[in-house]
Design a protein around this ligand. Sequence first.
Ligand code: GLA
Length: 654
Amino acid sequence: MPGLDDATRGRLLFGGDYNPEQWPEETWHEDVRLMKAARVNSVTLGVFSWSKLEPEPGAREFGWLDTLMDLLHEHGIGVVLATPTSSPPPWMGRLHPDTLPVTEDGRTEWWGGRQHFSHSSATYRRYAAAITEDLAARYAGHPALTMWHINNEYCTADHGDEAAAAFRRWLRARYGTLDALNTAWGTAFWSQGYDTWDGILPPRLPHYMRNPTQVLDFRRFTSDMLLECYAAERDIVRRHTPHLPVTSNFMPLFLGQDAWRWAEEEDVVSVDLYPDPRDPLGAQHGALVQDMTRSQARGPWMLMEQAAGPVNWRGVNHPKPRGLNRLWSLQAVARGADAVCFFQWRQSRQGAEKFHSGMVSHAGEEGRTFQEVKQLGADLERIAPETAGRHVTAGVAVLHDWHSWWAGTQDGRLSGEVDYPDVLRAWHRALWQAHLTSDFAHPEHDLTPYPVVVAPQLYALTDAAIGNLLAYVRQGGTLVCGFQTGVADQDDRVRPGGMDARLRELFGIRTLHEWWPLDAGESVACEGFGATLWSEEIEAGEADEVIPYRGGELDGLPAILRRGRAWYVSTLPEPGALRDLLAGIAAGAGVGPVLDGLPGQVEAVRRGELLFLLHHGREPVTVEVPGTHHDLLTGTDVTDRVTLGRYGAAVLRP
Ligand code: GLA
């Protein structure tokens, strides 16, 4: 199978979404001039071009795209060509209302925005396949073409009638019999037993809480249906260009797609990443998404979109202060990206995103945004030869599973304060602050390469996953699990005893009496630290070590238990405590920080032979780096220490 290296060929890709159909042809010439000045070597064309390519049903207007493909090729700029299928032309909805998705309360999502397509619509799929076929046939041999980009940020759900029929088919394939479905869904509760497949619906708006397993299966179904749409287009382009890689861009930590499963179907894993420049933990959010994407890719990955300045979809949208765009771009490269791209090349003057930044902002060539983009292009070109294709190594794996997330976010749980992404972020942040590089893994993956595995919140675990965790510890691994691990099975059925018996034994828990969720802002004291969000009334069994709760109802009961190399943390320790806990456990397992003695705001990552140092603060800091190194960014040697200025970075080769 082709991979990202077939497109990069030893370079780091640099560029972004290019939407020239919004501009007159003179601007295209200006665009390529500026692209060359910024060392842009890759652009993504056609993401939202469907109505331009097919202005009426069956018509084909490829002339403008021919001109652009040729123009870009003449200037040595490669093209990631998108199938335009995420935003059907208005005629489609008008002539074929069956292509429009329906919300849970029966409202149609109309054209006039984007992503108004039903994954289950046979009509939509037919049109999508036809335009993909013709696009692929036309450009298969074009020398500018380097990669395919299918659709864009797949994310729609559909509760309409055609989707309902598809849901039933999907359920039949999963369960075989109605009995099996009734059992899995626990339909004995609230008189929900189904006597015919035709009675089953997507989880449409009910009077009161929904059946949680129906909702869980609907999420699985939705992810699978979108994946089917992706795979259908992928197979078409593959037939024409078996030598070129195919991707579809993920949204970071997005609820709607099981990205582990999706990544297996992609040649290149790509993601869109927009941390808030004002968020003090924006850099950590970036690191988390980058670590997750790298893990899904099992190697180099593509940053498909980021913003050179502000986005325009937050309540208040802040620009990036001077230097931050470069720093966060280098962070992505440090954490394994072989492509640093933006949404979008030129900031629009019209449409819903006219206040969303571009690489060329409204201020134009002289604007600070473009000047910094130019500097970034030069930096990336400088470091590319020793960076591209190299791997990042991690001693810790963080477990994450969409199905567990889906099962844990249902109505009717004990605390609405527990937010899965927040818990995941808290644990990843602890590792990040301890300068421990982490990968992400699925609970059924081979975990043996990692001396330490942490599972922030795997509420639902399959038997296979539990078996995998037990085997991992048996084989010498150190496992640290957060609260509510292994409560439910794959059907969101609570396991006897409130936590799987094998796990209770693993952690040295005799009885889990009650869960004690905490209110927003409430904390609970533990021996030596405070904790928030959650606590549990546990009676220890054969634990080797117990750190107790102090005071209150749970006084003296275990907050943290250890049995052998297995740890259970029944609450969310405050950030510093979680950092110290995980750093201590990692050290015990022989896993240390990337570099000792790092200042707080400096992030360090090793990629291949290189040591990336990234300074997230504005005041200069000095970092001790014993020995002599060559800084690829400045082209100079440094000995024993390097000083980093505001948002500064160094890329050191020994
Ligand atoms: C997403 C989309 C882009 C654009 C950006 C704006 O990532 O893929 O088309 O809308 O958001 O941030």
